[in-house]
Write a protein that binds this ligand. Structure first.
Ligand code: C2E
Ligand code: CA
Ligand code: CA
Length: 683
């Protein structure tokens, strides 16, 4: 049987068996026409239907009687060519392909019309058309490949995604869309899944025509042909690069500090957790360090936030260079940094690194044309010695850092249990200080100031004292920073101004004429109080002249460019109230800053005065400051003069005034009065 079939596998060259040889050709034609699926009509020269087969009757839904004699009504196309016509039969629209052939019917010319119903094919075509339009205009990139991976069809979106035109894409291999940055396994994995008839879904990194890479999420589905073989594959690509970038940015924001690019506090804590787990397994130690710059606020306030940012970046870069690959350096915000040292075998190693950090900061940093001196305070807590919990270790390192700061900075401290007690003490002290004002525990001591030209006591600096009910005398070095950070400095500062006016009147009453009393004003007061109004109204109330007082403000506060500070300074200076620049030489003021600032006196910081007779550099600085002040018409006051040698040095260089233990310690008011009286009698 096989050999005789018309199908592809059959052979055509064979003998025709006897029993199928045609005998009655008319009968055969009739049978074909009667049983054909196509409709046959014969239309005579006048256009009237003269013959129809059963298929035609079925197509039009009419009987033979109804059809015959009817006008055909359709124009014939060219001889033998298929012409599409649309007709309505039995109320339904039909798409029909018509082939008209000339013939002769009962001796007359006529036309044989063959009609085949192509409605189903048309519907399929329309459907395909809709599908392909949808694919063509879809927002996702779509391409169809054959088994070899050759691209057969692409849509518009894929042209846009890849940058290649359709003509270039068709014929390319799908692998050529890749960037080569995906590992081989993903491609072999794709092939394996697809040939097994499964879908593949995953991410691929592709390369645009312009060379840039982008990431897609791709779904590839095998399409079986009529025989069930997977001959083609449809891939849909979604460009997710933008989404990934947004995700990256969010991760970056949530885990890294934007100024330095270092991990942030959150990320630091996460890394510390893993470091502790590793250390636990390996039986090693971990050191947690917290670092805070000692004078960062001053830089921020005097030079502005941009300078502060630059400084932080420079410091971060310097310290990063000292880190080993296993260490973590993080920025917690502001001038706070965190460091994790893993694999600490002995604390001596951690010690050395901390020293290296402090040393590397000694080199001044160039910021906006100024050389800034920076130093830091570092606190260290160790795992497992101090604690095993990350957050506890961070808190303990922080406590140790505060301790280092309290010791004057530029140093490091290991956490120990007593520090907890220390913090509690500080909190207690703050609440004590709140009541100190009302209870009258605060008072002013006065340190005499000597005019070196005529050897007369011409003034005094008022220095605050606190008689704590249980602790005795607490030094201002301890409670002034506390008062500043808690805001208590404002009521305390108000009290100082009132008190100093009261004392000034009392000193005059005791016969001490023309004493100028200096008092220290904190930056917080300059920022939050109307000092001009406050000082003048207190002077007026006490009936004191403008020259009775002198405001000491530190260099760093004086250089602050904020509106409020400038206003205060300008108003005070315009009213003729004397302003001294305190601790001169320790801050960041430059000569040009100084010229713009209406100051009357410069107080040379005690740290330089102390070096007189011992350190040539200090002597040079003192000399330079004196000359600078003289050239600018300022009074120079030397602080902390303790030896006769220092006094002589200052006198030889024409320094105007001095104060210090050599002359007198700060004294309670009554002792101060007696001291000045005695001094004047001798002089
Ligand atoms: P300061 O303004 O630089 O005050 C000078 C400090 O040096 C005073 O310390 C004084 O007692 C000390 N001193 C004076 N002569 C000598 C000396 O010859 N040798 C040594 N070693 N020290 C000397 P004190 O009274 O402990 O004050 C410390 C700081 O506390 C002051 O530094 C000032 O910044 C602040 N302070 C003191 N009183 C007040 C105040 O009423 N208001 C404000 N805001 N701050 C104050
Ligand atoms: Ca002072
Ligand atoms: Ca001072």
């Amino acid at each position: 049987m096989e050999e005789r079939s018309l199908g592809r596998t059959g052979r055509l060259n064979h003998a025709v068996p006897d029993h199928v040889a045609p005998v009655d050709m008319d009968g055969v034609y009739r049978a074909v026409v009667e049983h054909a699926r196509d409709s046959f009509l014969i239309v005579d020269a006048s256009g009237v239907i003269v013959f129809c087969n059963p298929a035609a009757r079925a197509m039009f839904g009419m009987t033979q009687d109804e059809l015959l004699g009817r006008n055909f009504g359709f124009a014939f196309g060219p001889e033998g060519e298929a012409t599409p016509i649309e007709l309505v039969a039995g109320g339904n629209p039909l798409f029909v392909e018509m082939v008209a052939s000339r013939m002769s019917w009962q001796g007359q010319p006529a036309t044989l019309v063959a009609l085949s119903d192509i409605t189903a094919r048309r519907l399929r075509e329309t459907e395909l058309m809709i599908h392909s339009t949808a694919m063509e205009t879809a927002a996702s990139g779509i391409f169809i490949t054959d088994r070899s991976g050759a691209i057969k069809w692409v849509n518009k979106a894929l042209e846009q995604m890849t940058g290649f035109s359709r003509t270039l894409l068709v014929g390319m291999n799908a692998a050529q869309l890749g960037s080569g940055r995906d590992n081989e396994t993903s491609y072999s994995e794709i092939a394996a899944r697809l040939t097994a008839g499964g879908n593949w879904k995953g991410r691929l990194i592709c390369r645009h025509k312009n060379g840039e890479t982008y990431t897609v999420e791709q779904t590839t589905t095998p399409i079986p042909d009529a025989t069930g073989r997977y001959s083609h594959f449809v891939s849909v690509q979604e460009d997710i690069s933008e989404r990934l970038r947004t995700q990256d940015r969010l991760v970056q924001l949530s885990e890294y500090d934007s100024l330095t690019g270092l991990p942030n506090r959150h990320q630091f804590t996460e890394r510390l957790k893993s470091a502790l787990e590793r250390a636990n397994r390996a039986g090693t130690a971990v050191a947690v360090m917290l670092m805070d710059l000692d004078n960062f606020k001053a830089v921020n306030n005097t030079l502005g936030h941009r300078a502060g940012d630059t400084l932080i970046q420079a410091i971060a870069a310097r310290i990063a260079k000292l880190m080993r690959t296993t260490d973590t350096l993080a920025r917690f915000g502001g001038d706070d940094f965190g460091i994790i040292f893993e694999n600490v075998t002995d604390m001596a190693a951690a010690n050395r690194t901390v020293r290296r950090i402090l040393d590397c900061l000694k080199q001044p940093v160039m910021v906006e044309g100024q050389l800034l001196k920076v130093s830091a305070s570092i606190g260290i807590a160790a795992y497992p010695k101090d604690d095993v919990e990350p957050l506890a270790l961070i808190r303990e390192a922080e406590l140790a850092m505060y301790q280092a700061k309290g010791d004057g900075g530029q140093t490091f401290k290991y956490f120990d249990r007593d520090m907890d007690a220390d913090i509690r003490r500080r909190v207690q002290l703050e609440s004590d200080l709140r009541r100190a004002l009302d209870k009258g525990e605060l008072w002013l001591a006065f340190q005499p100031q000597l005019d070196l030209h005529n050897n007369r006591v011409v003034g005094a600096e008022a220095l605050i004292r606190w008689n704590h009910p249980t602790r005795g005398l607490v030094s201002p070095g301890e409670f002034i920073p506390l008062a500043e950070s808690s805001g208590l400095i404002l009521p305390i500062g108000d009290w100082i101004i009132e008190e100093i006016c009261r004392q000034s009147v009392a000193f005059a009453d005791a016969g001490l004429e023309e004493l100028q009393l200096g008092f220290n004003v904190s930056g917080v007061q300059f920022r939050q109080r109307d000092l001009f109004q406050q000082v003048t109204s207190n002077l007026n109330r006490a009936g004191l002249p403008i020259e009775a007082l002198d405001l000491e403000i530190t260099e760093t506060v004086a250089m602050e460019r904020t509106q409020r500070v400038k206003e205060n300074v300008d108003q005070l200076a315009q009213a003729g109230i004397s302003i001294s620049m305190d601790d001169f030489g320790t801050g960041y003021s430059s000569l040009s800053n100084l010229q713009a600032f209406p100051v009357k006196r410069l107080k040379v910081d005690a740290s330089f005065v102390r070096g007189i007779g011992q350190n040539r550099d200090d002597e040079k600085i003192v000399e330079a400051v004196i000359r600078l002040g003289q050239s600018m018409g300022l009074k120079i006051v030397a602080e902390g003069v303790e030896t006769a040698e220092q006094q002589q040095f200052l006198r030889d260089r024409d320094c105007d005034e001095m104060q210090g233990y050599l002359l007198s310690k700060p004294l309670p008011p009554d002792q101060f009065v007696r001291f000045v009286q005695a001094h004047r009698r001798v002089a």
